[in-house]
Design a protein around this ligand. Structure first.
Ligand code: RTP
Ligand code: MG
Length: 142
């Protein structure tokens, strides 16, 4: 068996707050500057069915409905990004979920804040495992 790591893929979204604030380019520039490759890229007006499938793990949580409404509030940029360990690499670039306390130097830490809304408007999504990446890529790039 080869000791070489296999190239991973992840699904990245620039959420509607990032698109509205014209940060899509700055966010994708950080992904590329880190050395990851954009394998596919598009702007999507997601519908409720797609978002409920994407966020199935959060069904029933108090932030689920506000989260879906937020994601319906404008277009998102969806990308398939490739590289060794890109799943954890992008989540490290993104920073922790709450943009108020996300580390400076991360996307959420540098560009995000609390806007007093019911859901964290935190600019980006990145898949959290190989299994969720493949599932999410199937949803956004049918
Ligand atoms: P993501 O899935 O978007 O990459 O973010 P994440 O793993 O850091 O966060 P997760 O726990 O999966 O939550 C998904 C998204 O739901 C919103 N959220 N709001 N209490 C809240 O207000 C709250 N908790 C979660 C955020 O937009 C989060 O990214
Ligand atoms: Mg998540």
């Amino acid at each position: 068996m080869s000791a070489e790591q296999s190239v991973e893929r992840t699904l990245i979204l620039v959420k509607p707050d990032g698109v509205k604030r014209q940060l899509s380019g700055a966010i994708l520039a950080r992904v590329e500057a880190k050395g990851y490759a954009i394998a596919n890229l598009k702007m999507v007006n997601a519908d409720r069915a797609l978002l409920e499938e994407h966020y199935a793990e959060h069904q029933g949580k108090p932030f689920f409905e506000p989260l879906v409404e937020f994601m319906l509030s404008g277009p998102v940029v969806a990308a398939i990004v490739e590289g060794h360990r890109v799943i954890e690499g992008f989540r490290s670039l993104a920073g922790t979920t709450d943009p108020t306390t996300a580390a400076p130097g991360t996307i959420r830490g540098d560009f995000g804040r609390d806007w007093g809304l019911k859901v964290q408007q935190n600019l980006v999504h990145g898949s959290d495992s190989v299994e969720s990446a493949e599932r999410e890529i199937g949803i956004w790039f049918k």
